[in-house]
Design a protein around this ligand. Structure first.
Ligand SMILES: [Zn+2]
Length: 278
């Protein structure tokens, strides 16, 4: 009887381990297949190596030309893990609507601007692929945990229920933070950010091998629709991210000013909120 019970327990433990392994490997696969950029695998050094510190330090515009805006409006929200006051909690949800002809969602008020920008790209002969729009906190958590688990496995941490207790798992978490935004610190949770490509690219994403004409054109028109290139390579040392396909809606007035002055969003935001740290 006792032997039977032991065998049964061993069997169940083995089954749990198999199921857990499947779940973890699916989570990791999902990170690598569906999304790129800060969310999936990409070659950080691909374009980051081009950053010249002399080029990211933009002189501050003189005070009187800054637009008179209310920075507390939700369209100006800034999310970053560099400042604890700028992390979203798990309950934060925007009003969203589906981006037509995609499986992605976007902020309902900003969606017409995104649609117009996509139409502009199409009218100019480009294919458009929306890699990622709104993302929930829990989905970001799954992406992040999948990435941390994948890295931990690479460090030799055995896949088991308590693997997070292994000190090497913490190492993996720290490394994962440089690849995938920590839950609550992804701008995609705002519903105001979108990853745009001219077609599907497969990870690891490498910007220099993508269609530069698409991005050159998009960069030249996005401000007209209220969007900025949120994590340009030249600003990597200020934003912490090099994600040249990630565009963010901030409204036409702010986007135009940011583009004209060659600012990143952190530089812009700090002017209105001096307590902000980045
Ligand atoms: Zn993104």
């Amino acid at each position: 009887m006792k032997r039977n019970k032991t065998a049964w327990l061993l069997c169940m433990a083995a089954l749990c381990l198999v199921l857990y392994t499947i779940v973890v490997s699916r989570a990791s696969a999902r990170t690598d297949v569906i999304f790129g950029g800060a969310e999936g695998g990409f070659i950080r050094s691909d374009s980051a190596s081009f950053v010249d510190p002399a080029t990211y330090n933009t002189p501050e515009p003189t005070v009187d030309i800054w637009p008179a805006i209310d920075i507390t409006q939700s369209q100006y929200s800034l999310v970053t893990d560099k400042d604890p006051d700028h992390i979203l909690n798990s309950l934060w949800e925007p009003d969203i609507a589906q981006i037509p002809n995609t499986t992605e969602y976007f902020d309902i008020a900003a969606l017409p601007y995104l649609e117009a920008m996509i139409q502009d790209l199409k009218d100019n002969g480009f294919g458009v692929y929306v890699g990622s729009g709104y993302r929930t906190y829990s989905y970001q958590k799954r992406l992040f945990d999948g990435k941390a688990t994948q890295i931990a496995m690479g460090l030799g941490v055995p896949v088991e229920k308590e693997m997070y207790l292994d000190p090497r798992y913490q190492e993996a978490v720290e490394e994962a933070k440089t690849i995938t935004a920590y839950p609550g610190s992804s701008e995609h949770q705002l519903g105001l950010a979108v990853d745009l490509f001219d077609k599907v690219y497969y990870p690891p994403l490498s910007y220099s091998t993508m269609n530069q004409k698409f991005f050159d054109y998009l960069d030249s028109i996005c401000y007209k629709y209220g969007f900025i290139k949120r994590y340009p390579t030249r600003k990597l040392l200020l934003t912490g991210w090099d994600e040249p396909w990630h565009y963010r809606y901030v409204g036409v007035e702010a986007a135009t000013f940011i583009t004209e002055q060659n600012l990143c969003y952190e530089e812009f935001y700090k002017h209105y909120n001096p307590d902000f740290n980045y």
